[in-house]
Design a protein around this ligand. Sequence first.
Ligand code: PGA
Ligand code: ZN
Length: 401
Amino acid sequence: MSLIDTATSRKILDSRGNATIEVEILTENGYGMVAAPSGASTGEHEVQAFPEGGVDASIRIFDDEICAQLIGMDVTEQRVIDTLLHQIDGTPNFSRIGGNLAVATSLAVARAGASCLGMPLYKYVGGALTEKIPKPLGNLIGGGRHAIGGTDIQEFLVISTSDKASDNVFGNAKAHMMVGQTLKERLPGSAIGRGDEGAWVAPLSNEDALSLLADVCDRASSELGFKVRPALDIAASEFYVNGVYKYKDKELSPEKQVEFVAGLVEQYDLHILEDPLEQNDFQGYARLTEMVGDKCLVVGDDLFVTNKERLAKGIEMGATNSILIKPNQVGTLTDTIETVELAKKNGFETVISHRSAETTDDSIAHLGVAFGSYAIKTGAVGGERIAKLNELIRIEEDLEA
Ligand code: PGA
Ligand code: ZN
C-alpha cells in the first residue's frame, strides 16, 4: 500500500499548439506524471475531452473537487480511483470534468503505482509474463483533418513486420524518408509539407498516394530484408455527408464504398484498414469484413471509440476483426482494460494509438506492450511521436535483459 501525498494538475502545450492537461501524482515512494493528447477527427461517441471552459475549467475542477479526494488514497487501487473519477463527474461521457482530465489522472495514478513497486508501467499493467512488443504503424502521407490541401483519405501508413521492435521503428522511418525523396523527385517545384502527425502532405490523388506508398513498401522491404506493408486509415466519417461518401473527385453510395475499399485491399495488399466506413454503419462493416477480413485487419476507431458496449455490438454483428485503442476516447485505464479484455476474449486484435495532437508522454508505448497489442499507431517521425517509438526500443532492451 502506498498513499497519495500530492496531486497536481497543470496546463501544458500539445503538438498542435493547443493547451492540454498534465497530472502529477506523488506518494511517499512513488511518482507518476501523464499528459493527455487530443484528436481532430474525433468520433461522435467519444467521451468529451474538456468541459465548457476548456482546460482551465478542468484544472479548476481538479483543484476544487478531485485533489483532496485523491490524497490519502492507496495509489495501487486503480479501479477504486477510476470509479471515483466517474462518480465525481456524474455524467455518462465525462462531459462535466473532461475525459482528458480523467485519462491524465487515471494514468498518472497507474504510473505512480508502478513506480512504488519499482516496476515499469508495462509490467505493472500487463503482468510478469508480458513479452510481445506491438509493431509500429506509422503515418507517411496524410490529409483529411490533419492537413490542409492533402488527400481526402486521412492516413496512408506502413507497418514494418520484423520480430525486432528497433528494426521496425527504423524501418518505418526509412519508408517515411523514401516517401519524402520520391515526392521531391515526382513533384518538382510543388510545395510539400507535413501534417499534424508528421506525415507528408502533397498535391496527390488518393490513387497516386497509394501507388507511391506501395512502391516505397516494395523498395523498403527489399532493402531492409523484412516486409514493410501498406495500411490505410480512411477516417470515412469525416467525408460522409447526407448519405454519401464525398471524395474530391467522386461520390460513392455506402454500397459502392464497400466495393471500392474491398478493391483497394485486393489491389494494394493492405495489411490494415481502419475506419473504412462511417461510424454508425455496423452492417456495412460486417459486409466488408466478410469480404476482406481474412486478408487484412479491419480496425474500428470512430466505430468503437474504445467503448466496450459499442465493441460488444460489433462483436455480435461480426463488424470487424480488430479495434483501435485510444485511452482518452473512454477516459480511464480501467475502462480501457475492460475493452481490451473483451476484444481479446473474442479473438479481436488490438491496435493502441496516439492522437493527432500529442505530447512527449510515452504511456501508450507501455500500454501497447501491456495489452499485447498487434500494432501501435504513433507516427513515424517527430518529437512527440519518437517519444513513444524510442520507448519501445527501451522496453525491448528491458525485456531482453
Ligand atoms: P485524431 O485522429 O487523433 O485526430 O482524432 C486519428 C485517427 O483517426 O486515428
Ligand atoms: Zn482513425
